[in-house]
Design a protein around this ligand. Structure first.
Ligand SMILES: CC(C)(COP(=O)(O)OP(=O)(O)OC[C@H]1O[C@@H](n2cnc3c(N)ncnc32)[C@H](O)[C@@H]1OP(=O)(O)O)[C@@H](O)C(=O)NCCC(=O)NCCS
Length: 190
């Protein structure tokens, strides 16, 4: 049973989370050029809140945040890799909302590797790890209404579509509606 009052450091899995094909590893300084390339892709700009424009300093600042976020138990970020290849093909992360006993996740996969099940596999790994390791009773994610690929990923990973949150957030100065999805521990393996 989760205890939302507990905020302990997050320890990244060792060995890294893997289903044998997709592996979620810690980010490294050497990944900066790849992070920049991913965060400049049009659909990543359109459907996530990455800074625009995005350059190497943004990537380094983002990497620098990770140790403190882990130590505070606030969240974790993973590079998605495929097979034995060390080059990241995507990104997935978890943020803990301590006061709610809830975690939020978000992800993206490089254009060249989409449509091969990578995001779904990564999200399934994150779902299992979240309920095994984090003090939360719910994992949620939000998708844009006009992002069918991400909605399909959520559905395939076992999330339930809960409804549309009208004017839910500000994305670079514009209010956007988002679809809320959730996964509960009992949904795993269903
Ligand atoms: C969303 C995203 C992560 C999906 O990554 P991916 O590795 O291609 O995902 P998967 O291969 O696991 O699954 C994609 C599913 O969406 C489907 N899909 C893709 N484009 C679609 C479209 N325009 N309409 C309907 N379904 C679509 C695919 O057919 C596949 O479903 P299937 O297995 O039933 O055929 C990737 O497109 C991306 O990075 N987009 C930009 C950033 C983003 O939107 N992030 C999510 C923010 S909530």
């Amino acid at each position: 049973m989760y205890d939302a009052s507990v905020s302990r450091p997050i320890v990244l899995p060792d060995p890294p989370l893997s289903d044998g094909r997709v592996t979620l590893r810690a980010w490294r300084p050497a990944d900066v050029p790849r992070i920049v390339a991913m965060c400049r892709e049009p659909d990543v700009i359109r459907f996530t809140s990455v800074p625009v424009p995005y350059d190497a300093d943004d990537a380094r600042l983002w990497l620098d945040l990770h140790p403190a976020r882990l130590a505070a138990g606030d969240g974790a970020a993973f590079a998605i890799t495929e097979g034995g290849d060390e080059l990241p093909v995507g990104s997935i992360g978890v943020r803990v909302l301590h006061d709610q006993g809830v975690a939020e996740t978000g992800y993206h996969v490089v254009e060249a590797r989409r449509g091969r099940g990578l995001a779904t596999a990564a999200l399934r790994l994150i779902g299992g790890w979240t309920f095994a390791e984090l003090p939360v009773a719910r994992l949620q994610l939000t998708t844009h209404l006009d992002n069918p690929a991400s909605q399909r990923v959520a559905e395939k990973a076992g999330f339930t579509r809960e409804g549309v949150l009208r004017s839910w957030t500000d994305q670079r100065g514009e209010r956007v509606d988002l679809v809320m999805w959730s996964l509960l521990p009992g949904d795993l393996g269903a």
